[in-house]
Design a protein around this ligand. Structure first.
Ligand code: NAD
Ligand code: ZN
Length: 259
């Protein structure tokens, strides 16, 4: 059996082989920043609430005030959160010329706060609101201010249509420009680094098999097993914040040694 140190070294070696790496990050990226994921055993959000009651477009329209209360609560936690060691390690990897960009399922913008560049947000973000009628995008404060004043049907300043957070809910399609940007990013990628995703949410979960079909390699850091572990060159079942900084330090040392 390969030891953890050997796996860390193997991942660093894979990273050293190429300058064309894309990261694919899920909710597990942000648990060390205090934001609950959906599917971690015992503590994931889905063990506390019903996803179809609180994160589907149908329930949002049918029961807006109940949904908004839940969203305000989770939103406050997201806005307070700071990037963790994993986010910072990715930014460092990018500064070393290794990480081309990243695809994220997260809506928390912690990669932006960590100053990583070239980010595709599959599921939108929690910092904006969008009009469900005309598509106008606002800062989330526009919507929150209305709710705080007791208006539980927040509306668009242009057309009075209903506002929703600019994050993708269950029952909504991803925007085609998002999928195009993601496809463009992975087309010549040589290593896809999956961090903290259960890889069960589609279409995001199509990306690992897709990059493999282009001849790229796959590496996964995730506490729990995923169905795609067997496809990866390296799989590490540990916390991202504990492993990724070690990997990046090895990469950094090797690069400065080679100079
Ligand atoms: N932070 C956020 O923005 C946030 C939080 C919850 C859910 N979501 C949304 O819900 C969807 C859930 O899908 P998902 O696949 O991203 O998440 P998920 O909850 O389905 O899976 C997260 C995975 O990360 C693993 N994990 C948790 N903490 C970890 C850590 N510190 N290190 C390594 N692995 C860790 C868990 O074992 C789990 O397998 C996403 O698409 C996203 O849109 C976003
Ligand atoms: Zn509008």
């Amino acid at each position: 059996m390969t030891s953890l140190e050997e796996k860390i070294k193997k991942l660093a070696d894979l990273i050293l082989e190429t300058n064309n790496i894309v990261a694919l990050t899920g909710a597990g990226m942000s648990t060390e920043s205090g934001i609950a994921d959906f599917r971690s055993s015992g503590i994931g959000l889905w063990q506390k609430v019903d996803p179809y009651e609180f994160a589907s477009i149908h329930s949002y329209v049918a029961n807006t005030s109940k949904n908004l209360e839940f969203m305000l609560e989770t939103g406050r936690n997201i806005f307070r959160a700071r990037p963790n060691k994993g986010h910072k390690a990715l930014t460092k990897l990018q500064k070393l010329g290794k990480l081309k960009g990243l695809l994220t399922q997260n809506i928390d913008r912690l990669h932006h706060k960590a100053k990583t560049k070239n980010i595709v947000e599959f599921h939108g973000n929690a910092y904006e609101a969008k009009c469900m009628t005309c598509g106008q995008v606002y800062e989330i404060t526009v919507m929150v201010n209305q709710v705080m004043k007791g208006n539980y049907s927040p509306s668009c300043e242009k057309c009075r249509g209903m506002l929703k957070p600019n994050a993708i809910f269950f029952g909504e399609l991803l925007e085609s420009k998002t999928l195009e940007a993601a496809d463009k990013m992975i087309v010549d990628c040589e290593l896809l680094l999956v961090l903290g995703s259960s890889l069960v949410v589609y279409p995001v979960a199509f990306y690992p098999p897709k990059v493999l079909s282009y001849g790229a390699k796959l590496a996964i850091i995730n506490i729990q097993e995923t169905d795609m572990d067997t496809l990866a060159e390296v799989v590490i079942h540990e916390k991202i914040g504990e492993i990724l900084p070690k990997v990046v330090t090895i990469v950094e040392n090797q690069i400065s040694h080679n100079k």
